[in-house]
Design a binder for this molecule. Structure first.
Ligand code: SF4
Length: 817
């Protein structure tokens, strides 16, 4: 039976969606779920018109108490023919499994063709140790990477069948302090940026707060489907008292609401739930998720009564308004936003800022002096007496001041001097979760203020701090650094702040790559709205963009020259479209227009600036001595950096009929002098590229002639060591170096990059998934590349290189079948 798809219903806005949230009974009992769905099956037509009962949703050990796995429930429902055409929406949380285990369960869901999931940080386990290696933001990132990988691996003719998770995220508008509430909205925005495609609210009984969420979304131009969470708050379960007593963190029941519920009949509880369904429907949500209902009869009663109420929910406002005392609302009665608070700086924050500036801010001399001292004392090795002594001091000091728990990958600067490991019950990367109490305390430990609350106040004490807080997304901590010295890791660039010394220019959007080119053609053939209307080919291109960004690309190169072979105007038009797509999905990555046609480069450059948003300076690849007079003057209208390709139309006069190092250097100098001297380019806006020759065929045909690799590497050295061109970059299209090798291409390319970096290479057009520049190369492969780097024309060096290449090919020949 074909399944309803929540994704389709929410995307097409085809009706008011209803989801039933089902939970197993005590003792890991499937019974309540089975009973509910059997009753549904036995009562066709029982759902009133206007409600589309689309899906069942399965929490994962709700309340942090071990329960049946959603995957086991799915199996039970399928085996007993109870799932029918419902979509199955499991919760995926981070509470009790590490990142690898989450990947395992996601790929299992993919195999089961589960599409809609709800990504959550999860409740703190009631008895077991919480894991929280990821939080909801890290999880959303992970899911997006998995989605993109599915597209990238798909065959061109199967793009319309690619599995994609449709991922929801939670948001609570039911927070009653400014910090807790604003953090919820900030985090909601971050979740959307990380791939959330629909939202589901926390449970809560305050219509003003429900409305506040929609006002916030509207004011901030956020268009995303929202599912309202309706919980049957009834004395048939202990939930009202547990929520009131903060035993279910994140759920709030006021004294007054509890008193009222205790005084009511079950029918009155059902009535309130029905009023809330009608309220959400009238507010324009995409649907409701109904929880706390174990009896299908009650479920239909809620919907039937909601249908009767229709849009007239406002008469029940009093029954749907149970706020906290001294509640914070973002908007006044007239819908005008209250100004946000500013806060004083606390001593620990001032002290942290002072210390950070004194010895840990690379912009200040203290950093360089401290780093040099620690290096001289050998602490950079991460072992030895000095390292241990400094680590012991750091631990004691940071524990006292910041509740540090030695994660080794410190986020104090990003979190405004607060630690989200020691200071948070879940140790979250991106605090807060949704568990804070109405007073802003941690729902999992009432003796501490929620760290999210404190971070907000600290951010509010800094200039532009709230803006920064709203924007920042912390990556998952590097688990391998746990219990090591975070200061040493930071000083010597081993933690999350490390930057790749190689500026990476992603090469994947290239029309000459057979599969990519084919999909680009399919996309172009879709007609006028090809680049805006979702389709398999468009999603593939989006995946190429997002995955390279996720892999750390600094720039994304776009090469469409294969389209311009018969009609250059096709490539001109397409370059504009691809620039728009990278701008839209590239999260601010630099755009590199790569073409041998100057009109294509110019069109791309113009499109880069066809926006009101600020953009990273674009890069043009390439300008040559014979095109520079046409291209360089553009700088006056459109700011850009460029790759200067060291080729000329003149006949080479170097050994073996190629350009000599001196000639290549001369070409660089001509470009540099004109760009800097006449058109105001800064040296760091210039990248030189001398082209790459495959190692496998880098064999001089005559004695005394140096190899191409030797020539390229020595050119890099000469240019980078020239004081007259101080500050320029050198870039290579490194993938070409391993063409025609029998195997181990990634390893050889990694060694090639590492060796070239010894000569001064600091940029490359690369396959970003291989993280060149960050992963250590294999020693043997490094020796192989080194032999070519030294092949200066002498017979001895040539023999060395040829011998090593012969050995490599012999050892790495692929077995034939
Ligand atoms: S401190 Fe805040 S973010 Fe951490 S678990 Fe408690 S409520 Fe959640």
């Amino acid at each position: 039976m074909s399944r309803n798809r929540l994704s389709e219903k929410l995307t097409n806005k085809s009706g008011f969606v209803v989801i039933a949230e089902l939970v197993g009974g005590p003792g890991f009992d499937f019974g309540p779920i089975g009973k509910f769905l059997s009753a549904y099956k036995a009562a066709p037509g029982s759902i009133p018109a206007g409600f589309d009962f689309t899906a069942v949703c399965l929490p994962e050990s709700p309340g942090g108490v071990a329960n049946i796995e959603p995957a086991a429930v799915l199996n039970y429902l399928q085996t007993n023919d109870l799932l029918g055409d419902f979509d199955f929406v499991p919760h995926v949380s981070c509470k009790d499994v590490n990142a690898d285990a989450i990947v395992s369960s996601l790929v299992s869901y993919r195999k089961m063709d589960i599409r809609s999931i709800l990504a959550l940080t999860g409740d703190k386990p009631a008895k077991a140790k919480g894991v929280f290696e990821l939080d909801s933001i890290g999880l959303l990132h992970l899911i997006r990477d998995i989605n993109n990988e599915s597209y990238i691996k798909a065959k061109p003719d199967a793009l319309d069948k690619v599995h994609q998770f449709f991922t929801g995220a939670a948001v609570s508008p039911f927070k009653y302090t400014e910090p807790s509430q604003m953090q919820q909205y900030f985090k909601m925005e971050k979740k959307i940026r990380c791939g959330a495609e629909f939202l589901i609210t926390q449970v809560g009984w305050d219509w003003k707060k429900s409305l506040e969420l929609f006002t916030y979304l509207r004011e901030n131009h956020i268009d995303i489907p929202v599912i309202g969470n309706v919980y049957l708050l009834s004395t048939i379960t202990p939930a009202p008292r547990l929520m009131h007593d903060i035993k279910l963190p994140g759920c709030f029941v006021s004294d007054e609401l509890l008193e009222k519920v205790l005084s009511e009949s079950v029918d009155e509880h059902i009535e309130r739930a029905a009023q809330q369904v009608a309220m959400y429907k009238a507010m324009g949500v995409a649907g409701v998720d109904i929880g706390g209902v174990y009896d299908f009869g009650m479920f239909t009663k809620i919907l039937t009564r909601a249908a009767e109420i229709g849009t007239n929910w406002e008469q029940f406002k009093g029954n749907l308004c149970w706020p906290a005392k001294n509640a914070f609302y973002l908007y006044d009665e007239g819908g005008k936003q209250h100004p946000l608070s500013s806060y004083p700086k606390k001593f620990s924050q001032k002290f942290f800022n002072f210390m950070h500036r004194a010895i840990l801010d690379p912009d200040y001399t203290g950093f360089r002096a401290f780093r040099a001292t620690m290096a001289a004392l050998g602490a950079d090795k991460g072992k030895g007496g000095v390292y241990k002594f400094s680590n012991a001091n750091e631990k004691a000091f940071k524990y006292l001041l910041f509740d540090c728990e030695e994660c080794g990958d410190c986020y104090l600067p990003e979190n405004f001097s607060l630690c989200t490991i020691g200071g948070c019950e879940k140790g979250m990367d991106n605090a807060p979760c949704g568990d804070s109490t109405v007073e802003g305390y941690c729902g999992n430990n009432l003796e501490r203020v929620c760290i999210g609350e404190l971070i907000y106040q600290a951010a509010g004490a800094e200039k532009e701090g709230l803006k920064k807080l709203r924007a920042i997304i912390n990556k998952p901590r590097m688990s391998e650094l746990e219990h090591t010295s975070s200061i040493i890791n930071y000083l010597f660039a081993k933690d999350h702040t490390r930057k790749n010394a190689l500026i990476s220019n992603g090469e994947a959007i290239h029309a000459s790559i057979p599969k990519t080119g084919k999909i680009m053609r399919m996309l172009e053939a879709l007609g006028p709205d090809a680049y805006t209307k979702p389709s398999g080919p468009l999603n593939y291109v989006r995946a190429l963009i997002e995955s390279q960004v996720s892999e750390g690309a600094d720039y994304l190169a776009i090469n469409l020259d294969a389209f311009g072979e018969t009609d250059p105007q096709v490539a001109v038009k397409m370059m504009r479209e691809y620039v728009k797509m990278v701008r839209k999905w590239g999260n601010g990555v630099g755009i590199c227009m790569d073409s041998s046609n100057d009109d294509v480069l110019k069109a791309g450059l113009e499109e880069c600036y066809n926006t009101t948003e600020s953009i990273k300076q674009p890069l043009i690849n390439s300008i040559k001595v014979y095109t520079m007079d046409k291209m360089l003057p553009l700088k006056k209208q459109l700011d850009y950096a460029f790759i200067g390709l060291l080729v000329s139309e003149d006949k080479p006069t170097g050994p073996g009929g190629s350009h000599s190092i001196e000639e290549l250097y001369g070409l660089a100098r001509r470009i540099y002098d004109k760009a800097v001297g006449e058109f105001g380019f800064k040296p760091e806006e210039i990248y030189f590229d001398s082209t790459v020759f495959p190692l496998a065929i880098d064999m001089p045909m005559e004695p005394g002639v140096p190899g191409y690799t030797y020539r390229a590497f020595e050119t890099i050295r000469k240019i980078k060591n020239d004081p007259a061109m101080k500050g320029v970059h050198f870039s290579l299209g490194v993938s070409n170096s391993v063409r025609d090798l029998p195997s181990r291409k990634v390893g050889v390319c990694r060694a090639y990059v590492a060796k070239a970096m010894e000569y001064g290479l600091d940029a490359g057009i690369v396959n970003t998934s291989h993280h060149y520049g960050l992963v250590e190369p294999d020693e043997e492969l490094l020796k192989l590349v080194d032999a070519f780097a030294k092949m200066d024309g002498s017979s001895e060096r040539t023999n060395d290189a040829m011998m090593l290449m012969g050995k490599f090919c012999q050892e790495n020949r692929k077995a034939s079948l």
